[in-house]
Design a protein around this ligand. Structure first.
Ligand code: NAD
Ligand code: UDP
Length: 346
């Protein structure tokens, strides 16, 4: 059992990972400012974890960029390792407001690393993204592929990856995992926690779920002329519970092995088209989901699929849940919580 700091632990991936880490026996301090999440998510994580594990989660409401808030989080308990989810993640928003993205994602991560140095904590798992591969030369994508982001969000992830490599090179003892997620989707099978984007969803899966539940009239399928089997975009969708388990595995490896810098793709290795996802979701919810084929979305790429073999070898981990499970669990969440966790005040 370890004492961990989870930044952004109330968010989509953070909440599911908190549950997995509580179930694995860890004690958690969560630092979140709820700028893109609800405290209700953590309340439900505690409820799912049960009366024994639930109380092992402690919440500090605060901002990653604030040295005082970070000091409070590190003072709450002697932290052995950090899992760093907190950040902003909307590509379009990052193009419109790049300084905010550099501030939260880069300055926030810098402040976190400075606080870690101060307390002598040298172990961190970082939420990176397949977005930093930009438009890949070929698929599946291995970790050795060129890092070539195409938007401010991707640049900010690449910059934090570099900052982590630089601190590793500056002194021995750092244990760092840079986890490059492909497309995280789905929800906990209980339907109690899931993805709850504020405003109009940018991503396929939450938009599709909201159409299925009647919150939106129809889905726009961006592009039907891509060089793929059915002409629609192909992505590697990973069930959020598999992703959460990947974090548990990465932490265990970091803490058990000598200090190192690990860079791993977390994906399933399977590519699925938009129309395949729509069809699977229709099977899960039991009714047709209206959609229109519209022109390509600017900045999109035809296909991104992970080569997950390095993560499989290094973490003894692989995805367990297929697209059917993703849609079944995603629908369990959306149908039981049509308005997500409820009004967020944003
Ligand atoms: P999310 O927005 O649901 O979670 C992020 C959490 O961080 C939220 O709870 C938010 O309130 C919190 N937060 C934001 N700014 C903060 C700040 N300044 N101080 C404290 N807390 C702050 O996003 P998510 O989908 O769970 O993603 C988690 C991480 O994974 C992010 O870093 C994201 O860039 C990365 N990632 C996500 C995806 C994806 O498709 N969801 C893909 C690749 C990488
Ligand atoms: N997509 C779509 N309609 C939407 C949102 C997304 O057709 O409303 C497509 C998008 O073009 C891509 C796939 O779904 O081919 C996944 O998009 P998402 O934004 O979820 O992830 P990303 O593009 O970041 O991989």
């Amino acid at each position: 059992m370890s004492q961990l700091l989870i930044t952004g632990g109330a968010g989509f991936i953070g909440s599911h990972t908190c549950l997995v880490l509580l179930e694995a026996g860890h004690r958690l301090v969560v630092l979140d400012d709820f700028s893109n999440s609800s405290p209700e998510a953590l309340r439900r994580v505690q409820e799912l974890a049960g009366p024994l594990a639930g109380p092992r989660l402690q919440l500090i409401e605060g901002d990653l960029r604030s040295p005082a808030d970070l000091a409070q989080a590190f003072a709450a308990a002697p932290i052995e390792a950090v899992v760093h989810f907190a950040g902003l993640k909307a590509v379009g928003e990052s193009v419109a407001d790049p300084l905010r993205y550099w501030d939260v994602n880069l300055s926030g991560s810098r402040a976190l690393l400075a606080a870690m140095v101060q307390v002598g904590c040298r172990t961190i798992v970082f939420s990176s993204s397949a977005t930093l591969y930009g438009s890949p030369e070929s698929v599946p994508i291995a970790e050795t592929a060129r890092v070539a982001p195409v938007n401010p969000y991707g640049y900010s992830k690449a910059a934090v990856e570099q900052m982590l490599a630089d601190v590793c090179a500056s002194e021995p003892g750092w244990r760092v995992a840079r986890l490059r997620y492909f497309n995280p989707v789905g929800a906990h099978p209980s339907g109690r926690i899931g993805e709850d984007p504020g405003g109009i969803p940018n991503n396929l899966f939450p938009f599709l779920s909201q159409v299925a539940v009647g919150r939106r009239p129809s889905l726009q399928v961006f592009g039907s002329d891509w060089p793929t089997a059915d002409g629609t975009g192909v992505r590697d969708y990973i069930h959020v519970m598999d992703l959460a388990d990947g974090h548990r595995a990465a932490l265990e490896v970091l803490m058990a092995e000598p200090p190192q810098l690990l860079t791993l793709n977390l994906g399933s290795g399977r590519g699925q088209s938009v129309l395949e996802v729509v069809a699977a979701f229709e099977r899960a919810c039991g009714s047709p989901v209206p959609y229109d084929l519209v022109p390509r979305r600017p900045g999109d790429v035809a296909a991104t699929v992970a080569d997950p073999s390095l993560a499989e070898r290094r973490l003894a981990w692989r995805t367990q849940r297929d697209l059917e499970a993703i849609c079944r669990d995603g629908w369990a969440w959306q149908s039981a919580n049509p308005q997500g966790y409820g009004p967020r005040g944003d």
